[in-house]
Design a binder for this molecule. Sequence first.
Ligand code: NAD
Length: 457
Amino acid sequence: SNLIISLSFIFNNLEMQCDKKNKITTFLTKPIYDELVIVENNLFDSHMYKEVIKQYDEVSDLINLDSNIRERLKLPQRSLVVTFPFRRDEYDDVETVVGYRVQHVLSMGPTKGGIRYAPDVNLGEVTALAILMSWKSAIVGLPYGGAKGGVAIDPNPLTRAEKQRVTRRYTAELLPIIGVDKDIPAPDLGTDEQTMAWIMDTYSNFVGSPQPGIVTGKPVSLGGSITRRESTGRGAVAVGQAAMEKIGKNYKDSRVVIQGFGNVGRYAALDSYERGAKVIAVNDLGGAVFNKDGLNIPELFKHIAKNPSVKGFEGGEDYEGEILEIECDVLIPAAVGGVITSSNAEKIKTNVLIEGANSPTTLNADKILRENGVMIIPDILANAGGITASYFEWVQNTQNYLWKESELHEKLIDVMITSFEEVWTISQKQNCDLRTAALIKGIKRVAAAKLTRGLFP
Ligand code: NAD
């Protein structure tokens, strides 16, 4: 682990310039060693990291968190930065790709968190997401610490063979720190069931026996959970409905707008449709589709199976405007982080915001929305259905135990609603918003685990 940490130090202090193929063209080495002694946190700095720590500091003040624990939890326990060679199908030259895996807290069980493929993935963002995973697991009471991983590459133009090569080599680089009882990856932005299957196969080949529990969110044929794919979206909508009932509103009567039609967005759309709500607009990277009377989501599923985008769906009209600004009752950002900022928060016309994506709302935007009376169901609670279903899958794999689809769904909704009720009670007692209440619950639990285990050595 010393080697791993020093690698991350070195990489943070190199400026890398990449061309369109993610090829590193320049390394500029900055003098670092004097800085290392005196600089505390900037190794992991990123916009998202700053936001996560600011939020954490505010809640730590509120709950008067032990100062030793407070500083400790700002930094991840372990972070690995890897670079590896990658050759595209139609090119002879070899590119160098950068990947990360960050484990925040190793005190409560193995670490758990997704792997994302996106061009702008960096150590600071992955660290921020790993920290959020710790709070999220704790909010829904799972025996995990938070982790996150990523590869700085645009997955969209990659062929299947290229994506497979990236995944297998990245997995090989992660071998020292992942394991069924050490750190268990899952899908995230730009990765899917197939990616998890390649990770599982690569890892199993190195270990010498099938290891289905090394990843969650894998295909059912490899021990994946039948409900994992839909759990994040459905969990988010279940919590959304419970929250709306608290303020005398009914999800069924809502007009819903969803940004992103991937794993999270499409099942949030389907669940909303099944509850009788009108999903009036959805989008993806290819464009948007709108229908004021509500889109037929099962038909849209058929459309997306044959087409690259929701755009062009016959059951609605293509929409060119900014989807987040459409007037609605429920808005579900379910694509990427940082999409609702102080520059567009005033234009958001919804009563309820369900954060399907991770960190879709900046802190400044969060404040503006709340001042405008928007009820925000925060990501760390709203999208915790993903990690909860992953936990069920991991338990099934490690125990060789199978649950029926209906049992899995029932368990998911039970965990989500119970967690929501606990967060709601905290928000009422502390007179605070749901994000603060959820963080109070999560941070307190992680801090208690760390304090109880004590110091080593
Ligand atoms: P995905 O890759 O399956 O889907 C992402 C979707 O968003 C795609 O439809 C893509 O076209 C669209 N998209 C990307 N950028 C966009 C943009 N700028 N504007 C509009 N649409 C855009 O990813 P996913 O697994 O659905 O994850 C979405 C978000 O939810 C991420 O923030 C992820 O971290 C978070 N999340 C996912 C899970 C899960 O179980 N998959 C769990 C918790 C949180």
